[in-house]
Design a protein around this ligand. Structure first.
Ligand SMILES: [Zn+2]
Length: 149
């Protein structure tokens, strides 16, 4: 005689197993979408090797090329997102952080000066506009700040 509670346990257990098999597509021999450098497209690939729980090597179901697993098209999103911060980082690298001045509209700044702004953080002056404004590149982008003439 099976008690109702046991039946519920079996149903729950069965459901967990089902959910696991749904999620375990990332396993050896499983199919996964990956970028194929030969086809130049995101295509279905078969997983050939795993590192931890991540696919390491896959083969393209379309052209059979074997390569590392790439979830996204290489370069695209990554490159466009890197352009601005890299310019900021290059500027910051070449600047003397110890010489950072607390920004004040009463001060006068020259291109190359390192400023510390209460909201924008550390920035580097890149240009003086009209003598009374200074363009400063912060991590979040360029800002035009008022300065003393
Ligand atoms: Zn391919």
């Amino acid at each position: 005689m099976i008690e109702p509670r046991q039946v519920i346990c079996v149903i729950l257990f069965g459901r967990t197993n089902y959910m696991e098999s749904e999620m375990s597509k990332k396993e050896l021999g499983g199919t996964i979408d990956s970028w194929c450098g030969k086809c130049k497209m995101i295509l279905a690939h078969t997983i050939e090797a795993m590192v931890g729980d991540k696919p390491a090597r896959v083969h393209c179901n379309t052209c059979n090329a074997v390569h590392t697993y790439k979830p996204n098209e290489p370069g695209k999103a990554a490159v466009s997102g890197k352009v601005r911060p890299s310019r900021y980082k290059t500027l910051i690298k070449g600047s003397d952080m110890a010489a950072a001045k607390i920004y004040s509209p009463k001060e006068k700044y020259e291109p190359g000066d390192v400023l510390q702004h209460p909201s924008f953080g550390i920035g580097v002056a890149t240009a003086v506009k009209d003598g009374t404004k200074v363009e400063v590149l912060f991590e979040g982008g360029s800002k035009l700040l008022v300065q003393s003439a």
